[in-house]
Ligand binder design. Structure first.
Ligand code: FE2
Ligand code: FE2
Length: 266
């Protein structure tokens, strides 16, 4: 089966970081439209995953409209979609509002089976400026959810639960507490003990990264709209991933300006 991922599209106003243009928000709609066209015409995945941070938060009204616009664009691919909540998505939107944007009655923590693969989606929570939490209820839920499936599983969340080193990361080198999940060790224990998880995917860090801990790959996908240059006018990463899974291996191909491939033998 094949699944595709996109992350941190940040629809919204220009937002400078340390005075420099780091997120090419003005290109995000066009880049998403191009991603959708590729999905429809070339890649044809069984499912598309959105790893979160759809909006560059501005206000409830703007964020709702922009999130709706993103969902509308993604639906043009004609494929099932799995959404993950990002920290920017729930600054001005309540969990209930975000769930409604995903589809009537949607929960932010959920699982879904697609083409013989079990996808478990967690909602990591930023306590603004303090820490990133994976609440105990969600860990308990994940343990039960993985115990209840017989299928090979993929775990999705916005923030990383690996021990990713952040030296050289423009966003989080000096703020690792706003990047990695506090409860990451406990989360990895649940993931390892299940014996079913093939890989864990996250966004948020705005670069591509690959960690392996106790045989589990933890894969961070670059932001679609990250500026690969230092400042304006800028050059978009245009990153997305296509994953091919069969009985023998998982191959993760990252496309865009920085192309990568990870091959994981089962
Ligand atoms: Fe982001
Ligand atoms: Fe984020």
């Amino acid at each position: 089966m094949r699944f595709a991922l996109i992350s941190d599209v940040h629809f919204g106003p220009e937002a400078r970081h340390q005075g420099k243009l780091r997120k090419l928000t003005h290109q995000s709609e066009a880049l998403v439209a191009d991603f959708v066209r590729r999905m429809r015409e070339e890649v044809s995945p069984d499912v598309i995953v959105n790893l979160g941070d759809v909006v560059e938060d501005e206000s409830n009204e703007h964020d709702r409209a922009r999130y709706g616009r993103f969902v509308g664009l993604l639906q043009e691919a004609g494929k099932p979609i799995l959404h993950v909540a990002g920290n920017h998505d729930t600054i001005n939107l309540t969990p209930a509002e975000l769930g409604e944007l995903w589809g009537p009655g949607s929960q932010l923590t959920y699982s879904r089976d697609v083409s013989g693969v079990h996808f478990a989606v967690l909602r990591t929570v930023e306590h603004r400026g303090e820490r990133i939490e994976l609440p105990a209820e969600q860990l308990a839920w994940l343990e039960q959810d993985l115990a209840a499936t017989a299928l090979p599983s993929i775990v999705l969340m916005h923030h990383p639960v690996s021990e990713m080193r952040l030296e050289g990361n423009r966003w989080f080198e000096k703020r690792p507490h706003l990047c990695r999940v506090v409860e990451r060790r406990a989360a990895r224990e649940v993931i390892e003990k299940s014996g079913k998880v093939l890989a864990v995917f996250n966004g948020h860090v705005h670069w591509n990264h690959f960690d392996v801990i106790r045989g589990i790959p933890y894969i961070t996908l670059q932001s679609l709209i990250e500026n690969l240059d230092d400042d304006a006018p800028g050059r978009a990463a245009a990153a997305y991933a296509v994953c091919d899974l069969d009985d023998r291996r998982l191959v993760v191909s990252v496309y865009g300006a920085e192309q990568l491939r990870y091959q994981i033998e089962r």
